[in-house]
Design a protein around this ligand. Sequence first.
Ligand code: DMJ
Length: 457
Amino acid sequence: MRIGRRGMMAGTAAALVGAKPHDTTADWKALAEDVKAEMAWAWDLYKEHAWGKDEIKPVSGGNSSFPLKNRHLGLSLVEALDTLWVMGLDSRFREGIDWVKTSLDFDVDGEVSVFETSIRLVGGLLSAHHASGDRTVLAKAKDLADRLLPAFASPTGMPYRKINLRTGKPSEPISSPADIATYLPEWGTLSRLTGDMRYRDAARKAVVALFDRRSRLDLVATQIDVRSGEWRDRRATIGSYCDSFFEYLWDAWQLLGDTACKHMYDVCTAAILKHQQTWKGGNLWFADVDFESGQVVSTEQDELASFYGGLLGQGGAMKLGAACTESWAKVQTRFGILPEGYDYAKGEPTQKGNALRPELADAAFNLWLLDRKPRWRAIGRDHFLAMKRWNKARYGYTDLADVTSDPKRQADHCPGYWWSEQMKYYYLLFADTPRFDYRRNYLSTEGNVLLGFRHGR
Ligand code: DMJ
């Protein structure tokens, strides 16, 4: 049964989630079919109202551009491709691939974020190539990476934050660990597929340059000048600005067998556990601290930090990873949808919106891949059901302006990662699909599958 919009808006905070949090039973196959049906529904609306645009506005039916200003690169379409394929939505996948081959053109006089463009578009095209085997799609990924590559020509080897796609002129030298060091899995894959090692080498040099500038406590802060290598901020966090730096140290080891990255991951993780790990009321959190003294500077957590339990689990710290994910799952149970910011010391949201985020589902999926405990599936189920209840709008799924209001207030934006991340995590968690190798796989920070698709099924 589909609940009507009016029905979705009714109800109290206590009744937000579709099933009791610790109930780990469900008809998983039926849930997987439901996820797939929602994906098909959203794709068809995107096709009708925003085809080739970056992002649909799910409430008004308009569109918005990202990562360029006022020019579109079909971001949502590219991000959706491997999700469509793994769900078996083959005709939709083919129409998306056809659009990429005939209409996607990166020769645009405009500035993009190097990091966002790489994880979303280079990564999206590489996973679409993995799904389709189509060399034209790979050529598009290479063309885009070639346009981003000049950003790495700084005195330190750490990339500028932005670059003009046509002229190759870099800009914005003040950058963050996430912007600097979230490339190796995609760019290493591109090097492997093309035989051109420049991508991997540039990405690797940037990682090492950043790691070498860590403090004596082995912590990194959020802002650094890529020209001088001088830090411009002192706050160490596992959240926004730093999150995927840690993730890609582990991932470069996992996907590329890079032992130096494994070492860097171990060093960074030991420092985080020593200086940032905080227990409050039995819940595990990670304080923001001064990167040189270790003093706590903030007890606010970004929602983005809720991915971290999955990473800890992957790195071998399963108990801590599970505890971290359970801390966030309690916040999910309390608000239905996680707020963008949450202060664990006060037990209050600090930013009441939610940008249709996938991180808790990401952590649940990663933990489930490791130990197959039904609890992680249940967290993913609750994430999905709450999203269906609160984020569904006339033209697709939208972000929320306030998760604490009753009813929750919708905004009007569907970010590209929605197509690549949570819809895929839910489906893979519930479906047991033969198209995916559940033992040997790799999903990027954007959920792009760079290893693990099984063809002929
Ligand atoms: C995604 O673009 C990636 O996961 C990134 O690393 C940080 N988070 C967003 C989605 O919230």
